[in-house]
Design a protein around this ligand. Structure first.
Ligand code: AMP
Length: 413
């Protein structure tokens, strides 16, 4: 089965065409700056990438270009749209409604829209992606895969905020988490790599990229995660501050004369590595500057690693131990120096990094020392494959149900 995976942002449309049985990526690309005069379309895999300047007034235009490049010209990957069996959409916020992936119908669309209040940019963008597919691929089955659903297993003591309870009842203010598809994927792959059933393991999963989040996964069940009502909470990130004293928000607003939108932008777009270093949100630039003696870059680097270290401690306490720590995303997969700093001094907790193994590059790998009681593994994330797989299983289930004469409609996986 070929699944077209769509990840729509407010001005971008990222896609991958995946053959689920072979796990092969048949094509991928991104339309960027959709709606602006500088819009462009990058299509291709690794060295075979082409960049096309193209007019895209909206996501539907972008989708039409994507489908054209999949089926014709030098970028052609399939003969016709009939070779796309289904579409899987990444949706950031599934709120209280979705504890797993679902087949998209009118009711699901209405709920994604309703939840946009909790993730305005993301859910509205996802709806643009869904509408573009409805226009360009009418009748094609579509599945919604939510970033939040993996965390539905968290107990109330983990997801509630100590605010007046009425705010939870009135607005649904609680922790929902994010990056769930990535955490679910790396937890499953780590268990397979370690050759242990996921249900027997206590894992701490760390998605460390420009966005950062960590999760405690106890015997296959997510029991806590660092992102909250929105992806702003938790760890220090590229441009997001993560958790700060909440009293800082009214303080800054008052003293800097900022509106709610401006303070929101300050915490989401001007903080984190960028805010502290004043150089970049990109860890490589911050690392280079710190090595050249820039003190603020060094501080940013130290704060980032310290933030991860503190969550490791928290989650060991939450689960009463840990069997393995799993790292992924741009920093987690690639930055030897950051990994060294994160694990420095954790020997008393039975966590020992092997400095030589830590230098190695490659696919899934273990980087803990033989003497380490806790295993440390690096697992490259693959959210698109996870979305394609969920889509595959749900479509298969629907076909089986239809064959048996059962109306499952939007029944879940
Ligand atoms: P992501 O959001 O997963 O794409 O990760 C982006 C982050 O990963 C950026 O801060 C990059 O600087 C960082 N990154 C990517 N490759 C490397 C590398 N080889 N060494 C250090 N950081 C890296």
């Amino acid at each position: 089965m070929n699944v077209l995976v769509i990840n729509a942002g407010s001005s971008s449309l990222k896609y991958q065409l995946v053959n689920v049985e072979t796990q092969q990526v048949l094509a991928k690309g991104i339309c960027e700056r959709v709606g602006s005069a500088e819009a462009f379309h990058k299509h291709g895999i690794d060295d075979n990438e082409v960049v096309i300047d193209a007019k895209m007034a909206d996501h539907t235009d972008a989708m039409a270009l994507v489908l054209e490049s999949l089926t014709s010209g030098p970028t052609k990957a399939i003969d016709s749209l009939d070779e796309i069996d289904a579409v899987g959409h990444r949706i950031v916020q599934g709120g209280k409604y979705f504890d797993r992936s679902v087949l998209i119908d009118d009711d699901v669309i209405a709920k994604i829209d309703e939840l946009a209040e909790l993730a305005p940019l993301h859910n509205k963008a996802a709806l643009m992606g869904i509408n573009a597919c409805l226009a360009e691929l009418p009748g094609k089955p579509m599945v919604a895969v939510f970033d939040t659903s993996f965390f539905h297993t968290m107990p109330p003591k983990a997801y509630m905020y100590p605010l007046p309870y009425e705010l939870y009842e009135k607005y649904g203010i609680r922790k929902y988490g994010a990056h769930g598809t990535s955490h679910r994927y790396i937890a499953e792959r780590a268990a397979a790599f370690l050759d242990e059933p996921l249900a027997d393991l206590k894992l701490i999963t760390c998605h460390l990229g420009n966005g950062c989040s960590m999760s405690a996964i106890d015997h296959g069940v997510a029991v806590d995660t660092s992102m909250g009502l929105t992806p702003l909470d938790g760890l220090m990130m590229g441009t997001r501050c993560g958790a700060v004293d909440p009293a800082i928000v009214p303080f800054i607003m008052e003293h800097e004369g900022l509106t709610t939108q401006e303070v929101n932008d300050l915490m989401n777009k001007q903080s984190g590595l960028l805010g502290i270093s004043g150089i970049s949100n990109d860890l490589r630039s911050v690392r280079d500057a710190s090595e050249a003696g820039n003190e603020r870059a060094q501080l940013a680097y130290d704060m980032y690693s310290n933030s991860v270290k503190k969550y490791i401690g928290q989650y060991i306490a939450v689960m009463g131990g840990v069997d393995a720590i799993v790292l992924t995303a741009g920093v987690g997969e690639n930055c030897e120096k950051m990994r060294r700093m994160i694990f420095a001094g954790l020997q008393p907790l039975g966590i020992v990094l092997d400095l030589e193994k830590n230098k190695a590059r490659g696919f899934e790998r273990e980087i803990s020392a033989d003497s380490s009681q806790v295993r440390i593994v690096v697992i490259p994330t693959n959210e698109e494959l996870m979305i394609a797989r969920d889509t595959f299983y749900i479509i298969q289930e629907r076909q089986t149900a239809e064959a048996a004469g059962v109306d499952i409609h939007t029944e879940m996986l």
